[in-house]
Design a protein around this ligand. Structure first.
Ligand SMILES: [Zn+2]
Length: 474
């Protein structure tokens, strides 16, 4: 097998090597589109299942709205159309007829959902509606990268309707909390959480909340967003309800989403020069047992022992005995390393004599002999340890890569030399934000409620300012 590009040589190529060689995804015939292969899709399915459980535990239900949206719907909310029109794919023909009205392939579904909410909401008794859909969306992107930015991607989009502002704000914040828990507990990926600046919020939102992760090359990645939409979409689609006092009022809204981009974030959070490293909770396969036949040994007995070892673990962990006889054990080791299976168990003739097996951790490479009898309870414990150690390692990296700067010159140096999050004073103006972004490529990732107050903005010198994290981002 040819070697992967090293992270230190070319980070971007290293990422693409892993995604393609681990058979997670491939380029599609249409530029910007991606084929998600079974290994990549199995990771997405693990993510979906965990998130879907969390959505349902917080009272949401799933539904499905159509892919095609009348073009006029998008034009009803001014900021929304301005934000999305440049990247919309539009259908103008159906069969052999020109359509009377062009149809947009959904870039997001607020408009079609609010057009339907108008039919379904009349009174405060109809509220709240806590809907989510799992779907694909299309945004005509030219500069694409597998999983991280593709013209079509898979995601979930929650769209909720509420009778009051506070309730809607709480919902948007609650869902950001769900995303944060998912990122940390499942992806083993620590994040910063807060609000987006005015210049970076979702088109049509009052407030956009975000979680931001740090990749190994020091760039930030927006991993999930939740929006408080106020009454903007209710006004655009004239969705009013009769409140408890009998008066008509526009409905309050939120929307929130995460996408297959998270698979890319997962790859870049933990992987190394040998390939993918997966946190056990999201690994399609957590343990692979590789019997190691030897010339002259009782190879049937080795294989039987491998299945005996797997048996008490089945149903507890996702496990497979790799008994393929058309490839060598060494080839199998490489393949499962490349694919990021957290634990490999090797079983050869000598191990069999000693009643043991050799357990190998994917994240550290550590090899440990383990008694075959102990495997049934030692392996699940080891998987939990790997999960938490991946998080601890990523958390230490995040903390080591949060730096401060006070002057603009100092800021530029840190951004250039170290990357990561650079906390620096900003006055809150869109103008300063824009100029800093143009000159350094570093953007304000979020504004936190706990942001430290500073006397002066690093660029314009005006005060009061707040210390916010800047970073170059994906
Ligand atoms: Zn300023």
């Amino acid at each position: 097998m040819a070697k992967l590009t090293k992270r230190s040589e070319d980070y971007s190529q290293w990422y693409l090597d892993i995604v393609t060689r681990a058979e997670m995804a491939d380029y599609a015939p249409v530029k910007g589109c991606m084929v998600i292969r079974p290994w990549g899709y199995a990771i997405w399915e693990r993510m979906q299942r965990a998130l879907d459980d969390m959505f349902k535990a917080t009272g949401h239900v799933n539904c499905y709205f159509p892919l095609l949206i009348p073009q006029s719907f998008l034009q009803k909310e001014a900021e929304h159309v301005e934000g999305f029109a440049p990247e919309c794919a539009v259908v103008t023909r159906g069969g052999d007829k020109e359509l009377e009205e062009p149809l947009v392939i959904r870039p997001t579904s607020e408009t079609i959902i609010w057009a339907m909410y108008k039919k379904w909401i009349q009174s405060w008794r109809d509220l709240p509606l806590l809907y989510n859909q799992w779907a694909n969306v299309v945004r005509w992107e030219m500069r694409t990268r597998l999983f991280l930015r593709t013209a079509e991607f898979l995601w979930q989009e929650g769209h909720t309707a509420h009778a009051g502002q506070q309730e809607a704000v709480e919902e948007a914040e609650r869902m950001l909390g769900v995303y944060r828990r998912f990122a940390e507990d499942w992806m083993a990926m620590p994040v910063l959480a807060g609000r987006k600046s005015e210049g970076q919020k979702f088109p049509g939102a009052v407030t956009t909340y975000t979680i931001e992760a740090l990749m190994q090359d020091g760039k930030a990645l927006q991993a999930g967003t939740s929006h408080y939409l106020g009454q903007n979409f209710a006004r655009a689609f004239d969705v009013q309800f009769q409140n408890r006092d009998g008066q008509l009022e526009y409905v309050y809204a939120t929307s929130w989403g995460v996408s297959t981009r998270l698979v890319g974030a997962l790859v870049m959070s933990h992987s190394d020069d040998a390939g993918l490293v997966l946190p056990p909770r999201l690994a399609p396969l957590e343990v692979v047992i590789v019997p190691i036949p030897k010339a002259g040994a009782d190879n049937a007995a080795i294989e039987q022992a491998a299945y005996r070892l797997a048996e008490p673990l089945e149903g507890k962990v996702r496990i497979r005995v790799d008994d393929r006889d058309n490839v060598s054990p060494g080839w199998k080791f490489n393949e499962w390393e490349l694919k990021g299976v957290p634990v490999r168990i090797e079983l050869g003739p000598k191990d069999l004599q000693k009643g043991q097996a050799v357990v190998v951790r994917r994240d550290t490479g550590q090899k440990m002999p383990m008694s075959q009898d102990a495997a049934a309870f030692e392996v699940p414990r080891l998987l939990e340890e790997i999960q938490s150690s991946l998080f601890a390692k990523a958390k230490a990296r995040l903390e080591a890569n949060c730096r401060s700067a006070d002057s603009y010159d100092g800021f530029k140096k840190v951004v250039e030399r170290d990357g990561g999050f650079v906390l620096a004073p900003w006055c809150g103006s869109r103008e300063c934000e824009g100029r800093i972004g143009d000159e350094t490529k570093a953007t304000i990732r979020l504004i936190s409620d706990e942001a430290e107050e500073c006397p002066a903005c690093m660029l314009c010198g005006k005060g009061p300012a707040r210390r916010v994290p800047f970073a170059v981002s994906y």
